[in-house]
Design a protein around this ligand. Structure first.
Ligand code: GLN
Length: 473
């Protein structure tokens, strides 16, 4: 069957009205993946057996006239740093090339409970370090909108699967923009929830004070449905909390949107700037008030603080990959030390090794105070910038990324220029806030992502404003 342009509600209606079965739908997606994915490479591992049997279960429920959830039978994809029991989970790394997940991540368990059909695991930058998917150990994912360009990263496979009609929605992880930036590059919607809103049990840790799992989909309604299914406290993740998100009767005429003055000056492509300014006008035309705010520490220091804190935490999290406990192990080592050194040297890619070294250095005695501790202090200043701004405004608006998707190979030789593509998104992780990227308008094949940032646990407001914007854009 043709599986183009489907959304969660269309699938739900189609299943209930018996226009197609969940099995046919899943088959349709696998056929399309077989046809199209060799070109895009959004999937690393398919989950055919489990997916088809899940689809059959949904069909049986429908046949028995049992009620099904909105996500039942909906084909989706999961980033390959999120564990799905009995399936390979690589985190995009050679060191985990043959690692089989021993249990389900809580988010996967929740999707399975809703009877969503998980088609497979998506490609990603190794251990979620990257902004283009070029740092995957298994090959580059291409942007379905233009195969010469990157899909963004590190959840590039998850974004490309949705944009290429190879899944209806997907899960990604966002440590410093990795859901929002690829959503922007692929012309879809991506939500990074508030820190603690979604359990990370079963997510392969990169930087634990920043990592969050969140949904990517074609529209806000779908993102909301998935978010509602995965959020909430989990006893297996002590950083997760009961989600008490507030829902206000927001109307555009009462809305005050903050525009950080520092974000609209240098380094933003002219075309991106134009579309974002047009979007601001659209909000204004509907009665929203726009207020200039200042986030001075965010623009000047968030990338610097992020690239100390993130590698520090990653260097500690990645210490567990020693060639003994998990995954790849060299065969010809003379002794234990050589097993450690050589397995890590050969198992990790260049970017991961770069960050482990940077992090280990920033944490080492004599340098800890100068780098790690200082970066944490800057993080507090960044959080205070936001707190101050949120006294005046309800949400903050920025571009998601300063440029359109770049060409494959364009930035791999220059890591600093790659890091810059996250200039607008990383501060949100440092402050633990929710952020959403949604398409604002197009330039040729591409759309430009609009980034909305909310107060902690105000996802509902963000989604509501996003929905209004979907109608007026
Ligand atoms: N691109 C950023 C980095 O390379 C963000 C990664 C992420 O959010 N996982 O660290």
């Amino acid at each position: 069957m043709e599986v183009k342009n489907l959304t969660i509600s269309k699938v739900h209606q189609g299943l209930i009205n018996k226009e197609f079965s969940a099995f046919e739908l899943a088959q349709g997606f696998f056929e399309k993946i077989q046809l199209k994915d060799p070109e895009i490479f959004s999937y690393l591992t398919l989950n055919k057996e489990q997916a088809l049997s899940q689809a059959k279960e949904v069909d049986e429920m429908i046949a028995k006239k049992e009620e099904i959830s909105l996500l039942a039978g909906v084909p989706c994809a999961v980033k390959d740093n999120i564990l799905l029991k009995d399936l390979r989970c690589t985190a995009g790394s050679k060191i985990l090339e043959n690692y089989i997940a021993p249990y389900d991540a809580t988010v996967v368990e929740k999707l399975k409970k809703e009877k969503a059909v998980i088609l497979g695991k998506t490609n990603m930058d190794e251990f979620a370090m990257g902004s283009s998917n070029e740092y995957s150990a298994f090959g580059v994912t291409k942007n379905p909108l233009d195969l010469e360009r990157v899909p963004g990263g590190s959840s590039g496979g998850s974004a490309a699967a949705v944009a290429g009609d190879l899944a209806i929605f997907s899960l990604g992880s966002d440590t410093g923009g990795s859901i929002r930036q690829p959503a922007s590059f692929c012309g879809i919607v991506g939500l990074k929830p508030t820190y603690g809103a979604v359990s990370r049990y079963g997510l392969i840790a990169m930087a634990s004070s920043l990592d969050q799992i969140g949904p990517l989909a074609k529209n806000i309604e779908d993102v909301e449905t998935v978010f509602n299914a995965i959020k909430g406290r989990d006893k297996m993740d002590s950083t997760s909390v009961d989600f008490l998100g507030r829902n206000e009767d927001l109307e555009l005429k009462d809305l005050v949107i903050g525009l950080p003055k520092e974000y609209f000056i240098k380094g933003v492509d002219r075309e991106v700037d134009k579309i974002i300014k047009e979007s601001i006008k659209k909000f204004e035309n509907q009665g929203a008030k726009i207020e200039e705010i200042s986030l001075p520490n965010c623009t000047d220091y968030s990338l610097a603080a992020y690239y100390i804190i993130m590698p520090s935490e990653a260097s500690s999290n990645l210490a567990r990959y020693d060639g003994i406990k998990y995954g790849f192990s060299v065969k010809d080592a003379k002794d234990l030390m050589e097993t450690y050194f050589n397995s890590r040297e050969q198992g990790f890619g260049e970017e991961v090794r770069r960050r482990i070294m940077l992090g280990a250095f920033a944490l080492s005695s004599g340098y800890y105070d100068a780098y790690y501790l200082r970066a944490q202090k800057v993080r507090t200043l960044i959080r205070e910038d936001f707190q101050k701004a949120f006294k005046k405004v309800k949400i903050i608006l920025t571009p998601t990324a300063p440029t359109l998707p770049f060409k494959i190979g364009e930035k791999t030789k220059d890591p600093l220029s790659m890091y810059l593509s996250d200039i607008f998104v990383t501060a949100v992780n440092l402050a633990g806030l929710p952020g959403i990227s949604l398409p604002a308008g197009s330039i040729g094949n591409f759309s430009v992502g609009l980034h909305l940032i909310g107060k902690p646990f105000e996802e509902k407001n963000l989604l509501k404003i996003g929905k209004i914007f979907e109608k007026i854009r």
